[in-house]
Design a protein around this ligand. Structure first.
Ligand code: 13P
Length: 339
């Protein structure tokens, strides 16, 4: 199939009202720390059991249109020997793959970060494609301080995202473009808005320079929020208004979907804020949805505790959060639905 047709088909399947993306692409150290929080050792076996449990949750395909996997997971199977990407595909869920190799300091630019992994990316994508992946994810991270992110940091990170996205599209893989302005710190919501606007502006400038077709990407940004340690909290409506103001200024209407990350918001906050966006702005030019990791999985880990006898309950916890976020995508969530 022509790459353009592949990209169109994947976007069509992933971007659906009432549905979003499950981020289950924690790297080895990250999943180990999530498991440590419930006293479970991270082994090849425990990781595949956990992820098999997530992906075989009954009815999850009603609310989840895509799952982001870690490289190891693409090659893992269920207890019955079915490859996990195949399990997802058979349920109508598109399997995707995190392709960046993590972040480190940007040289000579104190406080700025940069993500690795462009070398050999085209060849890696061909291999992942043969294992069933149809979309990819790359995350650049920006931490806020008085000096950061710097102008150089913002430009360098945008360049990485655009080069990654171009390689993906050339291979017929839909790129999820993820510039994450971190929630950590005591900055105000206005400062987060200022940084997020500069970041998005530069990202779309770079995507344009690298000939990336905006119709065939999914944007995965942070919401505009006050820093975690900021003295004043914001309501869901204030967050939705500040977020929309930034994205209306920076994201072209050609982008089909904005799937927010949860980035340290609680599961309930993530749902409430997404709902406020959709209830407040029903005519937004893009689908406004979720691509949550922690906000979908925290309750699952708590219910699971690494025990076989808890699997059904853990799956119910995932289904509940997926269903509530699906409702939030439609602007139909109410806090009473948490009961
Ligand atoms: P969180 O929703 O936990 O922020 O994770 C999303 C993700 O994929 C980060 O890259």
């Amino acid at each position: 199939m022509h790459t353009k047709q592949l990209l169109e088909n994947t976007i069509k399947q992933m971007v659906q009202p009432g549905k979003g993306i499950l981020a289950a692409d924690e790297s080895a150290p990250t999943i180990a720390s999530r498991f440590a929080s419930i006293d479970v050792e991270s082994t090849e076996q425990s990781r595949s059991s956990y992820r098999s449990m997530l992906f075989s949750t009954p009815c999850i395909e009603d609310y989840i249109s895509g799952v982001i996997l870690f490289e190891e997971t693409l090659g893992q199977t269920t207890e019955e020997g079915k490859p996990l990407p195949e399990l997802l595909a058979q349920r109508g869920i598109v399997p995707g793959i995190k392709v960046d190799k993590g972040k480190g300091p940007l040289a000579l630019s104190p406080g700025d970060l940069i993500t690795y992994g462009l070398d050999g990316l085209a060849e890696r994508l061909q291999h992942y494609k043969s294992q069933g992946a149809r979309f990819a994810k790359w995350r650049e991270v920006y931490s806020i301080s008085e000096q950061n992110p710097s102008t150089l940091g913002i430009a360098a990170n945008a360049e990485m995202l655009a080069r990654y996205a171009a390689v993906c599209q050339e291979q017929g893989i839909v790129p999820i473009v993820e510039p994450e302005v971190l929630i950590d710190g005591s900055h105000s919501m206005a400062r987060c808005a200022e940084v997020t606007e500069a970041v998005q502006h530069e990202v779309f400038n770079a995507l344009h320079r690298h000939h990336v077709a905006l119709e065939h990407i999914i944007l995965k940004p942070n919401m505009v929020l006050p820093g975690k340690e900021h003295s004043v909290r914001a309501s869901a409506e204030e967050i939705a208004a500040a977020t929309m103001k930034v994205f209306q200024r920076t994201v072209p209407a050609a982008v089909p979907s904005i799937n927010f990350l949860s980035g340290g918001m609680s599961p309930e906050e993530s749902t409430e804020n997404l709902n406020a966006l959709n209830a407040g702005f029903p005519n937004a030019p893009w689908l406004l949805s979720f691509s949550y990791g922690r906000a979908l999985q925290q309750p699952v880990l708590q219910s699971w505790q690494g025990k076989k006898e808890n699997v059904a309950n853990a799956q119910q916890s995932l289904l509940k959060r997926a269903r509530l976020n699906g409702a939030a995508q439609l602007g139909e969530y109410q806090s009473s639905m948490e009961a």
